[in-house]
Design a protein around this ligand. Structure first.
Ligand code: FES
Ligand code: MG
Length: 590
């Protein structure tokens, strides 16, 4: 279709509504005052928003300020008018008490902007962890034509001839710092080396995960997610994205046409193959709920667990973002999955073609970076879901479990072995930091570390703290990790096989609230069970005691938004969405 199409543009209700000349004049004159002409606004050109997530506060996405120029040129080239506007910034590493608190705030803000202004379509500038779900959730709710543009990962980090991956390097080097192997200066230098350019985390953390999944969902142009931020191809794809946004308006291709159940299944399967973050189920489930697709935490095990790990990126593997791009990026992964019948090939994508059409001929260019099924890094690499008297659900990322642990506890269903340990329980990250080296706790290799009070209510937005480092004394003895369980999240850049996202959290009356220091806990990965070894009577008595004291106590809110979010949030298993928001769907049409 072209601009002569009979399709009535949404923006005409503002700028070209002869039935209400007074309002039309009011709306229009102010948009003329910076140089747009009346003809531009009234000649039936689609108005395309550029939802700008970059700013000085959000360095991971800051390069979008530059890319937006190429997006504008693409929009103009295709006969549209660009209107750029800011989205509430979310910087994963800069926001206290945690960036995830702001995902729903940015979502709410963007819903209002997309609904309330004269926009016919939108380019979503995605990147740093929570910016991607916030934008996709809002586009799903409003349901105007939308296309995502990733800012792209940073270049590979290097230190003394070795790749240093952002985030992952912190988890590794803080152990060396704790063990006295490096000093503060060297620690800082190594960490800084992992961030050599503009862009988001070069590891397969939550950012690369969510940007890859935005492509797997069909919401980004094929082959665009993995292009590093500084590459020329990044500018070129920004231009193509702008052009395509205009065409999507004429084709009336909306998020609800793209983010279907099939698309979400593709995202779940791709997530296993790339070794994606444990934050992915939270965000993908949230996107699904806002677009009206049924998806739950069990889908992640049922669809994703048997998928092998194909992408050899840190933290599960060894390479980084530039390598992923040169190896073929998301299309090469999808093509390999297609050969094994794992992709819903008919899922529609933003370029108007199906996932199958887009990826069928993609090839793996670097066979050590993207593996085939025959050379997969790990078989059965997706998440498993656990449940029991500790929680209704929690997940574990199996692609990062050590070989010894996997062989002993997970890979032998005919002779299942559970692991048992003595519970060491911390109430929130501050308590953990105060007491982890407390010798009176007698933490040894037979302990399981627990952290609670870190879910969406207990620690607004849910803290990324479940991957707890053992006491320094243990690390010096060569014990670098202990099993960790909690109602918080963990960074996607962490290679720790924690059991996390426990729902309901302690603050919502989950079983973690009644766990006590020294309890025996048994975890059976093969059966998907995690239980405190106490009798039903003892369990009931502990709940009675907890309720007598008004439930699990957590620190007071520090800002208005913390209080509002706490009052309205759903649990991690259900996407941590704002419960009242879910009923608002396809609001642009109503
Ligand atoms: Fe922004 Fe990792 S901190 S992408
Ligand atoms: Mg993170």
């Amino acid at each position: 279709m072209s601009s002569s199409s009979p399709l009535k543009l949404r923006s005409q209700a503002w700028f070209d509504n002869p039935g209400n000349p007074g309002m039309t004049a009011l709306y229009m004159e102010r948009y003329l005052n910076y140089g747009l002409t009346r003809k531009e606004l009234q000649s039936g050109k689609p108005i395309i928003g550029i939802a700008q997530t970059g700013s000085d506060l959000s360095p991971c996405n800051r390069h979008h300020l530059v890319l937006a120029e190429r997006v504008r040129e693409g929009i103009r080239e295709a006969g549209g008018i660009a209107m750029e506007f800011p989205v509430h910034p979310i910087q994963e590493t800069g926001k206290r008490p945690g960036a995830a608190l702001d995902r729903n705030l940015a979502y709410l803000g963007l819903v209002e902007l997309l609904y309330g202004y004269p926009l016919d379509g939108v380019v979503l500038t995605i990147g740093c962890d929570k910016t991607t779900p916030a934008c996709l959730m809002a586009a799903a709710t409003v349901n105007i034509p939308a296309i995502a543009l990733s800012v792209g990962p940073m270049l590979n980090g290097w230190y003394k001839g070795e790749r240093t991956g952002s985030g992952t390097i912190v988890w590794k080097q803080r152990e060396r710092l704790a063990a006295g192997e490096i000093d503060y200066e060297e620690f800082m230098e190594i960490v800084a080396s992992s961030a050599p350019s503009t862009g988001y985390c070069n590891t397969m953390g939550t950012a690369s995960t969510m940007n890859s999944l935005a492509e797997a969902l069909g919401m980004q142009l094929p082959g665009s997610a993995a292009i590093p931020a500084p590459y020329r191809e990044r500018q070129q794809i920004a231009y193509e994205t702008g052009k395509r946004a205009v065409e999507m308006v004429w084709e009336d291709l909306k998020p609800s046409d793209i983010i279907t159940r099939e698309a979400i299944e593709n995202a779940i399967i791709v997530n296993s193959a790339i070794g994606g973050s444990t934050n992915a189920p939270i965000h993908i489930n949230a996107i699904g709920r806002h677009v009206g697709v049924e998806v739950n935490v069990d889908d992640w095990q049922e669809l994703g667990h048997k998928v092998p790990l194909l992408v050899n990126l840190q933290p599960a593997g060894k390479y980084l973002g530039e390598d992923f791009q040169h190896a073929g990026g998301v299309p090469a992964v999808v093509a390999e999955l297609m050969k094994h019948g794992l992709i819903r090939e008919n899922a529609m994508t933003v370029n108007g073609k199906t996932m199958g059409e887009n990826c069928r001929n993609a090839v793996i260019e670097l066979p050590d970076v993207i593996r085939t099924f025959d050379t997969a890094l790990v078989k059965d690499a997706g998440f498993i879901v656990l449940r029991g008297n500790l929680f209704d659900s929690a997940i574990m990322k199996t692609s990062v479990i050590s070989k010894e642990f996997r062989d002993r506890y997970l890979s032998n269903p005919s002779d299942p072995e559970a692991f048992e340990g003595r519970a060491i329980v911390f109430d929130g990250p501050e308590d953990y930091h105060h007491r982890i080296d407390d010798e009176t706790l007698e933490i040894d290799e037979h302990c399981i570390l627990f952290i609670r009070g870190t879910g969406p209510i207990g620690y607004p937005g849910a803290a990324e703290v479940v991957n707890m480092q053992p006491p320094a004394a243990l690390i010096k003895r060569g014990i670098h990790s202990l099993p960790c369980i909690g109602d918080g999240r963990q960074s996607g850049t962490s290679g720790s096989p924690s059991i996390l996202n426990a729902s309901p959290e302690a603050a919502a009356g989950g079983g973690l609230a009644i766990l006590r220091m020294g309890d025996r806990v048994r975890v059976d990965l093969n059966k998907g069970q995690a239980n405190i070894l106490i009798s039903d009577e003892e369990l009931a008595a502990r709940y009675a005691e907890l309720n007598k004291h008004g439930g699990y106590h957590f620190p007071a809110s520090q800002t208005p938004w913390q209080e509002i979010q706490r009052a309205m949030t759903d649990q991690l298993a259900d996407g941590m969405v704002l419960k009242p928001a879910v009923k608002y769907q396809k609001v642009a049409q109503t």
